[in-house]
Design a protein around this ligand. Structure first.
Ligand code: AMP
Length: 407
């Protein structure tokens, strides 16, 4: 008998986040993270469901050391990698390219293929791979599954996925729109349909995933038909530190007139732009607070306005892409919590059937909920995302029926 639990690992460049989920009831026997991997001191926080959280600071040189520490913490609570209840490990992998459009059981060939994608995801895939390699070494008996951030977007029609650049160059260097945050867009679009009491296969959804990174997607009858992130997670909406859409000629301009190198511009657009670049704060909570009063309220207000303007443009664009919209779903840190952003995003769009009800929008609540007036033609909803649950669900669906020795 295979177990019913899945360990979800999200190995980022300097952190490993993990959650152990029980697929019988959705409970989480343990969650935790290792932060600041490779720095002088790293932080390990482990929270078992039936005990107090444990925290320790110590040097953690690399992902291998981090995962070994995670395995020890789990074992300490009787939840180790050799536990018969553990069915599989699910890994978040950022870039699956065109090759991976479904969750995939990992073998050596899959590892090689993810490695081949490093040139299109240099910031993300190496860390994901380090997590996979270590987890396979630590738990060779367990099936391990890669769940790709790009996979949900693989259904985009070619005319949405292709950039209008020379075909030979694009093909040779794999330049196209891949899209990211796919597990979130998949989960939220499905939950938004459920909230309306409809089948996902009959529902058109605009998903606005507004976290530190932010992306929009147009989902027609359960399938993604367009999304705002592109070759990399830099394109599209204004984000915490990323510019989102700009004229690509800005890069040539800065190279020529400012003498900046490509790497410097990469850092400028990915790490020093967005809300941070506009007003000095990357956290929407700080931007909203600063807008209220004080000497730099104006800069914060302008950053907010630019953020919201871009959002409205994408809502309009995806409305046109879908033709008919049933629900606009806000999710992730900003989307779930910032009522002011939701209100500003749809104010004045009554002509499109969009509005928020001030009372519903201001109310706080745990689960999916409507924030549009009951009479609205298009529903506006807050749908908390749960990428770990989605990764665990997809992982479990793939391994639950496999014979135990076929790993
Ligand atoms: P995420 O990437 O989904 O974890 O979102 C993180 C971001 O959500 C933070 O950087 C904040 O900008 C934003 N956020 C979290 N809580 C709030 C809140 N109460 N109001 C506005 N923004 C929030």
């Amino acid at each position: 008998m295979r177990g019913t639990r899945v360990l979800v690992l999200n190995s980022g460049s300097s952190s490993v986040k993990y959650q152990l989920l029980d697929m019988t009831d959705g409970s989480r026997p343990a969650v935790g993270l290792v932060e600041r991997i490779g720095e002088r001191t790293s932080l390990l926080r482990h929270s078992p469901a039936d005990g107090p959280p444990r925290e320790r600071e110590e040097p953690v040189a690399d992902h291998e050391t981090a995962l070994k520490a995670v395995a020890e913490e789990l074992a300490h609570d009787g939840l180790g990698l050799d536990s018969p209840e553990l069915a599989a490990i699910g890994h978040r992998v950022v870039h699956g390219g065109r090759r991976f459009t479904e969750p995939t059981v990992i073998d050596d060939a899959v590892v090689d293929e993810i490695e081949r994608l490093v040139p299109v995801a240099p910031l993300h895939n190496p860390a994901n791979l380090a997590g996979i390699r270590t987890a396979r070494a630590l738990a060779p008996h367990l099936p391990q599954v890669a769940v790709f951030d790009t996979a949900f977007h693989a259904t985009m029609p070619e005319y949405a996925a292709r950039y209008a650049v020379d075909t030979a160059v694009a093909d040779e260097h794999r330049v196209r729109r891949y899209g990211f945050h796919g597990t979130s867009h998949a989960y939220v679009s499905r939950k938004a349909a459920e909230l309306l009491g409809r089948e996902p296969s009959e529902t058109n959804v605009i998903v606005l995933h507004l976290g530190n990174g932010a992306s929009a997607s147009a989902v027609a009858r359960g399938r993604c038909v367009d999304t705002s992130m592109g070759l990399t997670p830099l394109e599209g909406l204004v984000m915490g530190t990323r510019s989102g859409d700009i004229d690509p000629a800005v890069v040539f301009h800065l190279t020529r007139v400012a003498g900046m190198s490509v790497d410097e511009i990469d850092i400028l657009l990915n790490k020093r732009s967005g809300l941070l670049g506009l007003c000095g704060d990357n956290d929407m909570r700080d931007v909203l607070r600063r807008m209220e009063s004080g000497p730099d309220a104006e800069a914060a207000r302008l950053a907010f306005d630019i953020y919201v303007h871009r959002l409205r443009k994408y809502i309009g664009a995806y409305y046109a892409v879908l033709g008919r919209v049933d629900v606009v779903a806000f999710t992730a840190g900003v989307g779930e919590n910032a009522a002011a952003v939701r209100e500003a995003a749809v104010t004045g769009l009554e002509g499109l059937g969009l509005a928020v009800d001030p009372e519903r929008n201001a109310a706080r609540g745990g689960g999916p909920r409507l924030v549009s007036p009951p009479t609205a033609r298009v529903a506006v909803a807050v749908v908390p995302t749960d990428e770990e649950l989605e990764i665990a669900t997809q992982t479990y669906a793939l391994v639950a029926d496999r014979p135990v020795d076929e790993t």
